[in-house]
Design a protein around this ligand. Structure first.
Ligand SMILES: [Zn+2]
Length: 413
């Protein structure tokens, strides 16, 4: 099947995951997509295609004759879309782009402005799949699903092309941070994998933040302000004091590249009780630990000042930088670079200022760098993807699968 047709079929199914749900998958509707994908995998010739009880879809392309000894390679994408924008009734449109703005919705005036979105310049002369300005598109990550299945369909139809066994898993709930929760590594049966869940064509990612969250609770003593002298402990003011102990330049608004930050993302306070919620991020492991230490010391300092138990701190690690887990398998990076090169795409390697399911999988024992899908402006109505980028990625995946497994070049970094 044509990759565009495949992609358009996927985005017509609403698979928005639900951050408030405690079920797996978080939205029942994800299962519909799972069933359709299972049928499709079987149809294109994958073995053992099925959806498990958690909504994960698995399937395997057997090795071609004579290649049975090549280690299994895993490919992973997610079927759900972000809760940040509606994914219901997506009405995609293909625009042959000749420069300038693209009006997404004439009625509401929503447009993809060439000035605001400079990335458009790179796609003059290409065919862009855009939204109608009321929903997201779902290239994140249905483009990844379409690219993987198109590549596997090609290989299944061409048994003369030599390749090792390929394991595929399409997960639910990546957008709500739960895509790795029920990943069955044993069943998957690959020692290494790639997620196909990145942005613009050529992206190759194997570094991400180390991440923790901090819950700071301040307990005050409240009295009538008229008779509070030497008695009141205002929890709201102590919370502000805590916040101002942190370096003001080390926030998301002032950092980029490898610079870490403290991010205050919730605060609720009165005189009696104040609660702050922070995200702590750093690519570097030592600096990550130091950031957490800083929180501990700030809480201790305020407790010394206002009395024990005034400030309570709960630090929870969320995920870690996958780099450490990828480094012993650098051939994965060489293999991806080589596959991009073969299809004439320049590789862009940048540290992710966030996490991926691949980062969590890497720590669960499945080293898993992230590849581009070709999509742009994820999670909103400005999301778009060039048809040509999807086609390139499907070609790139064929090259990736048919590369030598590359373990011998592990020493070259
Ligand atoms: Zn994604």
């Amino acid at each position: 099947m044509d990759i565009t047709e495949r992609f358009l079929r996927y985005v017509s199914v609403d698979t928005q995951s639900d951050e408030c749900s405690h079920t797996t998958p978080t939205a029942e509707k994800e299962k519909r997509m799972g069933e359709a994908l299972t049928a499709e995998m079987t149809e294109i010739g994958l073995h053992g295609a099925h959806t498990d009880g958690y909504g994960y879809v698995y399937g395997w392309l057997p090795a071609s004759v004579g290649c049975e000894s090549i280690p299994t390679l895993g490919l992973i994408a997610h079927m759900d879309t972000s809760p940040d924008a509606s994914g219901a009734n997506v009405k995609p449109r293909i625009v042959h782009y000749e420069g300038g703005d693209i009006v997404l919705n004439a009625e509401t005036g929503v447009k993809l402005s060439a000035e605001q979105f400079e990335s458009l310049n790179a796609y003059v002369g290409q065919d862009l799949i855009v939204t109608d300005g009321t929903t997201l598109l779902g290239a994140d990550d249905k483009a990844g699903v379409a690219e993987i299945l198109t590549a596997l369909e090609h290989l299944a139809a061409h048994p003369e092309i030599p390749h090792g066994r390929v394991a595929v898993c399409i997960t639910p709930d990546e957008e709500v941070g739960a895509g790795a929760d029920h990943f069955d590594l044993e069943q998957f049966g690959a020692a290494v994998a790639y997620t196909v869940d990145g942005g613009e064509l050529g992206g190759l990612e194997y570094e991400n933040f180390n991440a923790a969250s901090a819950r700071v609770t301040v307990r005050g003593v409240n009295l009538h302000p008229g008779s509070a002298k030497n008695k009141m402990k205002n929890a709201a003011l102590i919370a502000v004091e805590f916040a101002t102990l942190l370096p003001p330049a080390e926030t998301p608004a002032h950092t980029e590249g490898y610079e870490g930050f403290y991010h205050l993302n919730r605060i609720k306070a009165n005189e009696t009780l104040a609660k702050l919620h922070y995200l702590i991020r750093d690519h570097d492991w030592e600096r990550f630990q130091k950031r957490k230490d800083f929180f501990t010391r700030a809480a201790a300092w305020l407790n010394e000042k206002y009395g024990p138990g005034t400030v309570q701190l709960e630090l929870t690690d969320s995920y870690y930088n996958m780099r450490e887990k990828i480094e012993p398998h650098m051939y994965l990076i060489h293999r991806a670079r080589s596959a991009f090169r073969k299809v004439g795409v320049e590789t862009r390697e940048e540290p992710i200022r966030g996490g991926t399911d691949g980062a969590r999988l890497s720590y669960m024992g499945l080293p898993c760098p992230n590849l581009s899908t070709g999509g742009v402006n994820f999670h909103g109505v400005y999301e778009y993807i060039p048809v040509q980028s999807m086609e390139k990625m499907a070609e790139m995946l064929v090259c990736l699968i048919t590369e030598e497994d590359g373990t011998k070049t592990n020493n070259i970094t």
